[in-house]
Design a protein around this ligand. Structure first.
Ligand SMILES: *Cc1c(COP(=O)(O)O)cnc(C)c1O
Length: 234
């Protein structure tokens, strides 16, 4: 895709994000746009950075390691893929936030390594609401059980919950999954007496519905860069 086309897609997505936020009675600044750059070269990705967008998402560590040095250091990177524990240190060095923390063990490991690195690991807890086998994520009951321990980890900051609902043709059909994640977040907050602000939900196909249901960060790739040739969804 041409540079001008990517820049214009970005602009359109930004406007749609802002409109959906206003429709749901929130300020557009309450919703972050994470531009998912997986599978696209640094050169392609640089078009969005040059037009002022500096929040990008990647789902593979190896790919990110090669791409990140080729883009300006002002870019903030979020990791959205499956993370193996032995890659935690690398992920913490490259990424400002990890959206896909799906076990207590991984969280404990991230907290420990972040401590060694003298930082705090900013994470989203991935929830598998529909108990899909192919996807990671805490079940609702597991997260309820693990939350007190997660909250006690010294070098972990729980930014919110994240989900990847099943792909459906009609974005309206995803609405109830998004609503379920918000309601689950609300119930965790009242059970634990803490604030869990963020909701990482919504992708190209359904981000407006996700925003209407309370998303604080949407992860959008193909609406900006066009369809991916490689399958990139993990
Ligand atoms: C690839 C990916 C996205 C972006 O998907 P698009 O449909 O291209 O917007 C969002 N979230 C996760 C976890 C992904 O892997």
């Amino acid at each position: 895709m041409e540079r001008s086309e990517i820049v214009s897609n970005l602009d359109t997505v930004r406007q749609r994000v802002a409109k959906a936020a206003r429709r749901s009675g929130r300020s557009p600044s309450a919703v972050e746009l994470l531009v998912v750059s997986k599978t696209w070269s640094a050169e392609v990705v640089s078009h969005v950075v040059e037009s002022g967008h500096e929040l990008l998402g990647e789902n593979k560590l190896q790919e990110a390691e090669l791409k990140i040095p080729d883009l300006p250091p002002s870019v903030r990177w979020h990791f959205i893929g499956r993370l193996q524990r032995n890659k935690a240190r690398k992920a913490l060095a490259l990424f400002d936030a990890i959206h896909s923390v799906d076990t207590l063990r991984l969280a404990a490991h991230l907290s420990r390594i972040a401590g060694e690195m003298g930082k705090t690991s900013r994470i989203y807890l991935q929830v598998n609401l529909d108990r899909e086998e192919s996807k990671g994520g805490f079940s609702v009951s597991q997260l309820r059980e693990d939350l007190p321990e997660l909250l006690s980890m010294p070098h972990l900051y729980i930014a919110g919950l994240m989900s990847i609902p099943p792909a459906v043709e009609d974005p309206e059909k995803a609405r109830c999954s998004f609503r379920k994640l918000r309601e689950f977040r609300d119930s965790l907050e009242s059970d634990a007496g803490v604030e869990i602000e963020g909701l990482s939900m919504g992708m190209s196909h359904d981000f407006e519905v996700a925003i209407e249901e309370g998303a604080t960060i949407v992860r959008v790739g193909s609406s900006i860069f066009g369809p991916r040739i490689q399958k990139g969804l993990s």
